[in-house]
Design a protein around this ligand. Structure first.
Ligand SMILES: [Zn+2]
Length: 174
C-alpha cells in the first residue's frame, strides 16, 4: 500500500511500504523522492508493486528511510489512483482539525475541480481538452488519515488548544 507521511499541511514526505513479490517482503518504508514518481507507482501499485531493488544501491538490508510512528501524521493512499492528466495537478489538503483530507485537481485553466461534476463541466466548456483528458483519469478518493498518529501531533494539539481558547473567550464574553 502506498502512503504519505505528513509532517505538516505544507510539507509531506512520500513513502511506500515494500511488499514486493520478487523478493522477500521486508515491509520497510522507502521514501519516494518526487510526487511525479509517487503518482506513477501508485497508479499501478497492485499489478506492479514497489520493491527495494528497484532503486539503485538499495537492498532490503538497508535500514528503512522512515519509520511508522507517532512523530508525524500518516495518511494512507488507496492504490491504483490514475496519474493526473497532463496540465492538471492533483492536490490533497488536510482539514484544519486533522479529521480528513480533501482532494481536488487544478485544471488547465487554473480552476479547481472538487468532484466529477466539475470535471464534466470543464470538458463541456473546453471541448479542445476532450481528446487529452478523460473523466476516468480523475479520482477524488482522499487518503485515509491514521488517527492514532494525529492525537500525539503537536500541530494538532496547538489547533485543539486554539479552538478551546476561542470557545473560552466567546463564553467569557457572554
Ligand atoms: Zn525490501
Amino acid at each position: 500500500m502506498a502512503a504519505r507521511a505528513v509532517e505538516s499541511t505544507a510539507r509531506a514526505r512520500l513513502a511506500v511500504v515494500v511488499v514486493g513479490s520478487r523478493e522477500r517482503w521486508c515491509y520497510k518504508w522507502r521514501e519516494i523522492p518526487t510526487k511525479d514518481e509517487f503518482e506513477t507507482l501508485r497508479e499501478n501499485f497492485t499489478e506492479d508493486p514497489w520493491f527495494c531493488s528497484r532503486r539503485p544501491d538499495c537492498s532490503c538490508e538497508d535500514p528503512a528511510d522512515i519509520e511508522y510512528d507517532n512523530s508525524r501524521i500518516w495518511v494512507i493512499d488507496k492504490p491504483n489512483i490514475p496519474k493526473p492528466p497532463p496540465e492538471t495537478e492533483r492536490l490533497v489538503i488536510m482539514r484544519r482539525d486533522f479529521t480528513k483530507m480533501d482532494t481536488y485537481y487544478v485544471m488547465p485553466n487554473g480552476k479547481r475541480a472538487r468532484c466529477a461534476g466539475d470535471v464534466d463541466k470543464f470538458l463541456e466548456a473546453n471541448p479542445e481538452y476532450q481528446t487529452r483528458i478523460s473523466p476516468s483519469d480523475f479520482s477524488f478518493a482522499p487518503p485515509k488519515v491514521l488517527e492514532e498518529t494525529v492525537s500525539n501531533n503537536s500541530a494538532w494539539k496547538a489547533a485543539k488548544a486554539k479552538k478551546q481558547d476561542k470557545a473560552n473567550t466567546s463564553s467569557a464574553q457572554k
